[in-house]
Write a protein that binds this ligand. Structure first.
Ligand code: C5P
Length: 218
Protein backbone atom coordinates (compact mmCIF):
# COMPACT_ATOMS: atom_id res chain seq x y z
CA UNK A 1 0.00 0.00 0.00
CA UNK A 2 1.28 3.47 -0.79
CA UNK A 3 0.62 6.45 1.46
CA UNK A 4 -2.17 8.97 1.11
CA UNK A 5 -0.42 11.89 -0.61
CA UNK A 6 -2.17 15.24 -0.65
CA UNK A 7 -0.83 17.54 -3.39
CA UNK A 8 -1.65 21.22 -2.94
CA UNK A 9 -0.69 23.60 -5.74
CA UNK A 10 -1.46 27.21 -6.50
CA UNK A 11 -0.01 30.69 -6.96
CA UNK A 12 1.58 32.87 -4.26
CA UNK A 13 -0.68 33.83 -1.32
CA UNK A 14 -3.61 31.74 -2.56
CA UNK A 15 -4.08 30.21 0.89
CA UNK A 16 -2.39 26.90 0.03
CA UNK A 17 0.00 27.14 2.98
CA UNK A 18 -2.84 27.57 5.47
CA UNK A 19 -4.83 24.77 3.84
CA UNK A 20 -1.78 22.45 3.85
CA UNK A 21 -1.03 23.05 7.56
CA UNK A 22 -4.64 22.36 8.43
CA UNK A 23 -4.62 19.10 6.43
CA UNK A 24 -1.33 18.06 8.07
CA UNK A 25 -2.89 18.56 11.52
CA UNK A 26 -6.11 16.81 10.52
CA UNK A 27 -4.38 13.59 9.42
CA UNK A 28 -1.24 14.00 11.52
CA UNK A 29 0.91 13.93 8.37
CA UNK A 30 4.18 15.78 7.76
CA UNK A 31 3.84 18.90 5.58
CA UNK A 32 6.43 20.06 3.05
CA UNK A 33 6.27 23.64 1.79
CA UNK A 34 8.34 23.22 -1.38
CA UNK A 35 8.49 26.99 -1.93
CA UNK A 36 11.04 27.00 0.90
CA UNK A 37 13.36 24.77 -1.14
CA UNK A 38 13.42 27.26 -4.02
CA UNK A 39 13.69 30.15 -1.57
CA UNK A 40 16.70 28.48 0.08
CA UNK A 41 18.41 28.02 -3.31
CA UNK A 42 17.70 31.64 -4.32
CA UNK A 43 18.98 33.03 -1.02
CA UNK A 44 22.11 30.82 -1.17
CA UNK A 45 22.97 32.06 -4.68
CA UNK A 46 22.22 35.67 -3.77
CA UNK A 47 24.22 35.67 -0.55
CA UNK A 48 27.22 34.09 -2.30
CA UNK A 49 27.13 37.02 -4.76
CA UNK A 50 26.11 34.67 -7.59
CA UNK A 51 23.87 35.15 -10.60
CA UNK A 52 20.28 33.97 -10.12
CA UNK A 53 19.79 33.67 -13.87
CA UNK A 54 22.72 31.28 -14.31
CA UNK A 55 21.26 27.75 -14.36
CA UNK A 56 24.55 26.01 -13.60
CA UNK A 57 25.40 28.16 -10.56
CA UNK A 58 21.89 27.80 -9.20
CA UNK A 59 21.86 24.02 -9.73
CA UNK A 60 25.15 23.73 -7.81
CA UNK A 61 23.62 25.67 -4.94
CA UNK A 62 20.58 23.39 -5.05
CA UNK A 63 22.73 20.26 -4.93
CA UNK A 64 24.70 21.65 -1.95
CA UNK A 65 21.68 22.66 0.16
CA UNK A 66 20.90 21.17 3.52
CA UNK A 67 17.27 20.51 2.73
CA UNK A 68 16.46 19.51 6.27
CA UNK A 69 17.08 23.00 7.57
CA UNK A 70 14.41 25.29 6.18
CA UNK A 71 13.55 27.22 9.33
CA UNK A 72 15.56 30.36 8.55
CA UNK A 73 13.22 33.40 8.76
CA UNK A 74 15.28 35.02 5.95
CA UNK A 75 13.53 32.59 3.59
CA UNK A 76 10.16 34.25 4.28
CA UNK A 77 10.97 37.72 2.96
CA UNK A 78 9.72 39.36 -0.21
CA UNK A 79 13.26 39.34 -1.71
CA UNK A 80 13.59 35.61 -1.03
CA UNK A 81 10.35 35.01 -2.94
CA UNK A 82 11.66 36.93 -5.91
CA UNK A 83 15.02 35.07 -5.83
CA UNK A 84 13.12 31.78 -5.58
CA UNK A 85 11.05 32.37 -8.66
CA UNK A 86 14.16 33.31 -10.65
CA UNK A 87 16.08 30.15 -9.79
CA UNK A 88 12.91 28.03 -10.14
CA UNK A 89 12.85 28.56 -13.92
CA UNK A 90 16.01 26.46 -14.34
CA UNK A 91 15.37 22.79 -15.19
CA UNK A 92 18.61 21.60 -13.50
CA UNK A 93 17.58 23.31 -10.24
CA UNK A 94 14.21 21.56 -10.31
CA UNK A 95 15.95 18.29 -11.09
CA UNK A 96 18.30 18.69 -8.11
CA UNK A 97 15.31 19.13 -5.77
CA UNK A 98 13.21 16.34 -7.25
CA UNK A 99 14.47 13.37 -5.25
CA UNK A 100 13.99 15.02 -1.88
CA UNK A 101 10.40 15.92 -2.75
CA UNK A 102 9.60 12.46 -4.15
CA UNK A 103 11.00 10.79 -1.05
CA UNK A 104 8.86 13.06 1.10
CA UNK A 105 5.83 12.15 -0.98
CA UNK A 106 6.56 8.46 -0.42
CA UNK A 107 6.37 8.75 3.38
CA UNK A 108 3.93 6.42 5.14
CA UNK A 109 1.16 6.67 6.08
CA UNK A 110 0.88 9.88 4.05
CA UNK A 111 2.14 13.41 3.47
CA UNK A 112 0.98 16.87 2.47
CA UNK A 113 3.11 18.70 -0.09
CA UNK A 114 2.46 22.18 -1.38
CA UNK A 115 3.99 24.02 -4.30
CA UNK A 116 3.49 24.70 -7.99
CA UNK A 117 4.13 21.33 -9.69
CA UNK A 118 3.22 18.78 -7.04
CA UNK A 119 0.14 17.36 -8.72
CA UNK A 120 1.72 17.50 -12.18
CA UNK A 121 5.37 16.46 -11.68
CA UNK A 122 6.33 15.52 -8.11
CA UNK A 123 3.36 13.31 -7.23
CA UNK A 124 1.26 12.86 -10.38
CA UNK A 125 -0.43 9.79 -8.83
CA UNK A 126 -1.43 11.56 -5.60
CA UNK A 127 -4.93 10.41 -4.61
CA UNK A 128 -5.87 13.91 -3.44
CA UNK A 129 -5.03 17.02 -5.45
CA UNK A 130 -6.10 20.57 -4.81
CA UNK A 131 -5.43 23.65 -6.89
CA UNK A 132 -5.92 26.62 -4.58
CA UNK A 133 -6.29 30.04 -6.13
CA UNK A 134 -7.70 33.56 -5.62
CA UNK A 135 -7.70 36.78 -7.62
CA UNK A 136 -4.37 38.67 -7.80
CA UNK A 137 -5.97 41.53 -5.82
CA UNK A 138 -7.10 39.31 -2.96
CA UNK A 139 -3.73 37.54 -2.87
CA UNK A 140 -1.85 40.84 -2.89
CA UNK A 141 -3.95 42.13 0.00
CA UNK A 142 -3.26 38.97 2.06
CA UNK A 143 0.46 39.07 1.32
CA UNK A 144 0.62 42.79 2.11
CA UNK A 145 -0.96 42.17 5.53
CA UNK A 146 1.90 39.75 6.30
CA UNK A 147 4.75 41.70 4.72
CA UNK A 148 4.07 45.15 6.05
CA UNK A 149 4.70 43.82 9.57
CA UNK A 150 8.33 43.24 8.48
CA UNK A 151 8.58 46.40 6.38
CA UNK A 152 6.20 49.28 7.12
CA UNK A 153 7.16 51.08 3.88
CA UNK A 154 5.81 48.34 1.61
CA UNK A 155 2.60 49.26 -0.22
CA UNK A 156 -0.25 47.16 -1.54
CA UNK A 157 0.66 48.25 -5.08
CA UNK A 158 4.24 46.99 -4.62
CA UNK A 159 2.92 43.62 -3.54
CA UNK A 160 0.37 43.42 -6.36
CA UNK A 161 3.13 44.19 -8.88
CA UNK A 162 5.32 41.42 -7.36
CA UNK A 163 2.46 38.95 -7.51
CA UNK A 164 1.78 39.71 -11.17
CA UNK A 165 5.45 39.31 -12.11
CA UNK A 166 5.69 36.04 -10.19
CA UNK A 167 2.45 34.64 -11.63
CA UNK A 168 3.68 35.36 -15.11
CA UNK A 169 7.13 33.87 -14.50
CA UNK A 170 5.76 30.76 -12.74
CA UNK A 171 3.05 30.09 -15.33
CA UNK A 172 5.13 31.04 -18.38
CA UNK A 173 8.32 29.07 -17.73
CA UNK A 174 9.12 25.96 -19.77
CA UNK A 175 10.25 23.79 -16.83
CA UNK A 176 7.30 22.50 -14.76
CA UNK A 177 5.13 25.61 -15.07
CA UNK A 178 2.38 26.43 -12.60
CA UNK A 179 -0.63 24.70 -14.08
CA UNK A 180 -3.61 22.92 -12.61
CA UNK A 181 -3.40 19.13 -13.02
CA UNK A 182 -6.38 17.75 -14.95
CA UNK A 183 -7.51 15.80 -11.90
CA UNK A 184 -6.94 18.56 -9.30
CA UNK A 185 -10.00 20.07 -7.64
CA UNK A 186 -10.11 23.85 -8.04
CA UNK A 187 -10.58 25.79 -4.80
CA UNK A 188 -11.03 29.52 -5.38
CA UNK A 189 -10.62 31.21 -2.00
CA UNK A 190 -11.21 34.80 -3.23
CA UNK A 191 -14.51 35.15 -1.39
CA UNK A 192 -13.67 32.89 1.53
CA UNK A 193 -12.41 33.45 5.05
CA UNK A 194 -9.53 31.27 6.24
CA UNK A 195 -11.96 29.00 8.07
CA UNK A 196 -14.21 28.64 5.04
CA UNK A 197 -11.24 27.79 2.80
CA UNK A 198 -9.96 25.23 5.30
CA UNK A 199 -13.40 23.68 5.60
CA UNK A 200 -13.84 23.45 1.82
CA UNK A 201 -10.39 21.86 1.46
CA UNK A 202 -11.17 19.36 4.21
CA UNK A 203 -14.38 18.27 2.47
CA UNK A 204 -12.60 17.82 -0.89
CA UNK A 205 -9.80 15.78 0.67
CA UNK A 206 -12.15 13.65 2.81
CA UNK A 207 -14.08 12.72 -0.35
CA UNK A 208 -10.81 11.80 -2.09
CA UNK A 209 -9.79 9.77 0.96
CA UNK A 210 -13.02 7.79 0.87
CA UNK A 211 -12.39 6.86 -2.78
CA UNK A 212 -8.74 6.05 -2.06
CA UNK A 213 -9.62 3.77 0.88
CA UNK A 214 -12.06 1.84 -1.27
CA UNK A 215 -9.42 1.35 -3.95
CA UNK A 216 -6.89 -0.13 -1.48
CA UNK A 217 -6.49 -3.93 -1.53
CA UNK A 218 -7.78 -5.87 1.50
O1 C5P B 1 5.31 29.28 -2.52
P1 C5P B 1 6.38 30.32 -2.46
O2 C5P B 1 5.89 31.72 -2.63
O3 C5P B 1 7.24 30.19 -1.24
O4 C5P B 1 7.33 29.97 -3.70
C1 C5P B 1 8.38 30.81 -4.08
C2 C5P B 1 8.69 30.57 -5.55
O5 C5P B 1 9.29 29.28 -5.69
C3 C5P B 1 7.49 30.53 -6.48
O6 C5P B 1 7.14 31.82 -6.96
C4 C5P B 1 7.95 29.62 -7.59
O7 C5P B 1 8.68 30.33 -8.56
C5 C5P B 1 8.90 28.68 -6.90
N1 C5P B 1 8.31 27.36 -6.67
C6 C5P B 1 8.30 26.47 -7.72
N2 C5P B 1 7.84 25.20 -7.54
C7 C5P B 1 7.39 24.81 -6.35
C8 C5P B 1 7.35 25.71 -5.26
C9 C5P B 1 7.83 27.00 -5.46
O8 C5P B 1 8.69 26.80 -8.84
N3 C5P B 1 6.98 23.54 -6.19
Amino acid sequence: MTGFVIAVDGPAASGKGTVSSMLGRLYDYPVLDTGLLYRAVGVAVQSAGGNLDDAEQAAKAAAALNLNDLEDPALRTREAGECASRVAVHGPVRQALLDFQRRFAAREPGAVIDGRDIGTVIAPDAPAKLFVTATPQVRAHRRWLQLHKQDAAITYDDVLADIRVRDERDSGRAASPLVRADDAVLLDTSEMTIDQAADAARRIVEAARGRWEQSQPG
